[in-house]
Design a protein around this ligand. Sequence first.
Ligand code: S3P
Length: 443
Amino acid sequence: MSHAPAKPMSSRRTGALRGTASIPGDKSISHRALILGALAVGRTHVTGLLEGQDVLDTAKAMQAFGATVERLGPGEWIIDGVGVGGFAEPAGVIDCGNSGTGVRLIMGAMATTPITATFTGDVSLSRRPMRRITDPLSQFGAEITTRAGGLLPATIKGAQDPVPVRYQTPVASAQIKSAVLLAGLNAPGQTVVIEKEPTRDHSERMLVGFGATITTEETPEGRVITLTGRPELRGQAVAVPRDPSSAAFPVAAALIVPGSEIRVPGISRNPTRDGLYVTLAEMGADLIWENDREEGGEPVADLLVRHSRLKGVNVPAERAASMIDEFPILSVIATMAEGPTVMNGVAELRVKESDRIDAMAKGLRANGVEVEETRDSMTVHGTGRIPGGGEPVATHLDHRIAMSFLVAGLTADAEITVDDGAAIATSFPDFVGLMQGLGADLG
Ligand code: S3P
């Protein structure tokens, strides 16, 4: 439950940003590479793994469940897996730190193996809802106890004789979908997940890569994903592509700092992840995509981004899942556009590492920006200017809140300060170095 001491940080108006931003590995794909590597027979060799704290916590958890996990060099790791159903009972409590993806996917991965494990996390993770995971996992036959309200810590006694489930996700969430699919691996027969809105499909893509039989069908009910249980997963070579959610921060900075022009190689064009870039194009952003190709089983391209005159837009609710982690930084970009930007269907933001609607609204208002919010929407009134100079913004252990405000400060009239940037290390350990390399004045 420990976390780094608070680290106040600030940023100031800066000259034009220039250069190439080499973004670290994708967080979602890194978690999945470790977990599937641990559930496979034989050796998985991962390159480009994100070495953020969230992913390191998952690596440690996989060791606790009996896999051999070893770092060979920067981003290069090997996992010797134990096979589907082969997890051993961990000796200690599994601490997933700040990571909702880590804890939810790992709970799924062990829930159909007859072992018991207790999960915990930091203050932020201990406030986040887990019933969305424990409900479907109980249907497989797992016995689960949580703190009141379905909160961590949670203890899961994995099912002795798991039964496959057919589950419609109650909210658009790749974490729920993935937890159910991972549990389905060790249930006999077919496990089915139905989602109304498509969410990131990295689990499905990677499961196919590891040798599982999994199909996806578009139906009037939504997207129906069917996994055949008890496959023999085989260790793979996984090249983790760069994280489009991390790329969003330097991209945003280049868009809002006058005179900027940067290159960002290898950004995902996976349609379940590209909602921010669709929205930016609608706002009038100068984005040029080059060299479309495939990396690590994902469609990617290189992006050239220049400072742009932007206009406010209406972001439709159907797009929310494909840019769910990008709303904090979009709300900063929106301040520099002309007119309001309305973000619809974003209630899920209230249960991320922090209540992101509340955190962004408070921080932006403190820095002179007009914001309105409802339970599931946020409107930022763009004027092409951020006054800045507010009280330190409360980041609530949320990496994306911290990075968003540090980007905002690069074009604000007065300095912007955040109370704690330590959580940035969960997803983007070299954020400050990378931004400074482009010319940004922050730290
Ligand atoms: C993730 C799914 C999303 C996202 C998170 C990563 C994943 O969460 O916000 O950062 O890797 O599956 P939800 O599934 O809860 O929307």
